[in-house]
Design a protein around this ligand. Structure first.
Ligand code: NAD
Ligand code: IPM
Ligand code: MN
Length: 356
């Protein structure tokens, strides 16, 4: 009997609605995973409610427990907009980013694929164009402007100054670039670096140098470069040209919301915060947030959370079960007739297909 310890953090807003659907599908995938494999789930009530009730965001003891798990499934974090008791950043930095940093999730993997049946706002990709868009963003997950390296002085005065320094280390850039090249080599052998080297010059140099140096070890992978602003054009005008995109933490955050929008919507976009060295549990979560505008109404699409389960299964070595979940998602998308479905209806439909 193989026992896999899974930390489940539904979090806030629609996280509470989509995670149960993802777990439904994980349960349905049991036979495909193997009769001798058991997921031992531990639920963690981290998020806005716990913070507002107790002041706790991620106690050290809870972090230590989570560190001892084999994988993490997360819904979303983020409280009600404008809540004076929950300023922006408390949960995002103190919970989500703390997990990514502490667990050294240096590869933030965000695949984008236009499945048949998914509606792209790019009309010409609907119908026979479906399937043309298939790229993966390898977003650096532990550095960039996300580290909290900065501060404010003279706050609230006309002389206020704020800095948010982007941290880029050769160690950190090299390891994520190497991972991206390895992925490209197994795919269509094309890697695109996205940055803003014409303005963010110092960080740009380190990324450019390491892509060239590591690239020399992957001579069969073609390399190109796009400035992040022009990338907004290319992702809309000709997204099928991309294979693997490697970029820093902030650029990767931004381009993956756009990537989701052009491939059927944010409700379909799955992600993995991966530690490729496997020294810590990797964490799987939809790209979207807590969506307070639709929370509690069973309107959220759980497909992104379910796709995150597929990424998790693949990471844990259950490639066949992961493929079965992906196939069920594709079949479900194909059969959508456009009528809105409740969150649980989508989960039920995909779980039924997985159970087959
Ligand atoms: P969001 O992703 O929560 O929502 C953006 C838009 O997409 C909203 O209109 C929302 O209704 C829609 N949407 C999101 N997920 C959907 C789904 N599954 N099905 C259908 N529609 C969906 O982004 P936001 O509004 O910028 O952020 C809300 C909160 O979430 C903020 O507090 C933010 O910090 C947090 N956030 C958390 C994460 C995370 O936990 N990984 C990610 C992004 C944002
Ligand atoms: C995401 C989110 C997070 C990020 C926030 C909530 C910290 O937008 O997962 O894309 O910026 O990485
Ligand atoms: Mn984001």
């Amino acid at each position: 009997m193989t026992s896999i310890k899974l930390a489940v953090i539904p979090g806030d807003g629609i996280g509470q609605e989509v995670v149960p659907e993802a777990l439904k599908v994980l349960a349905a995938a049991g036979p495909a995973i193997g009769a001798d494999v058991k997921f031992e789930q531990t639920q963690y009530d981290l998020g806005a409610e716990r913070y507002l009730a107790t002041g706790e965001v991620l106690p050290d003891s809870v972090l230590a427990e989570i560190r001892a798990q084999d994988a993490i499934l997360l819904g979303a974090v983020g409280g009600k907009p404008g809540d004076p008791n929950l300023p922006p950043g408390i949960l995002e930095r103190g919970l989500l980013l703390k997990l990514r940093f502490e667990l050294d999730h240096y590869v933030n993997l965000r695949p984008s694929k236009l499945f048949p049946g998914a509606a792209s706002p790019l009309a010409r990709y609907q119908g026979e164009g479906a399937g043309d868009i298939d790229f993966v963003v390898v977003r650096e997950g532990t550095e960039g402007p996300y580290t909290g390296n900065g501060g404010s002085i003279r706050v609230g005065t006309p002389a206020e100054v704020a800095t948010e320094v982007s941290l880029n280390t050769a160690f950190g850039v090299e390891r994520v670039v190497r991972d991206a090249f390895a992925r490209a080599q197994k795919r269509r052998k094309k890697l695109t670096l996205v940055h803003k080297t014409n303005v963010i010059v110092n960080a740009g140099k380190i990324w450019t140098r390491l892509v060239a140096e590591v690239g020399a070890e992957f001579p069969d992978v073609a390399v190109d470069y796009q400035h992040v602003d022009a990338m907004m054009i290319h992702l809309v005008a000709n997204p099928s040209q991309f294979d693997v995109i490697v970029t820093d933490n902030l650029f990767g955050d931004i381009i993956t919301d756009l990537a989701a929008a052009v491939t059927g919507g944010i409700g379909l976009a799955a992600s993995g915060n991966v530690n490729p060295d496997r020294t810590t549990p990797s964490m799987f979560e939809p790209v979207h947030g807590s969506a307070p505008d639709i929370a509690g109404q069973q309107k959220a699409d759980p497909t992104a959370a379910i796709g995150s389960v597929a990424l998790m299964l693949d990471h844990l070595g259950y490639a066949e079960a992961a493929a079965a979940v992906d196939a069920a998602i594709i079949a479900d998308l194909n059969e959508r007739d456009g009528a809105p479905r409740r969150t649980s209806e989508v989960g039920d439909a995909i779980a039924a297909r997985v159970a087959g």
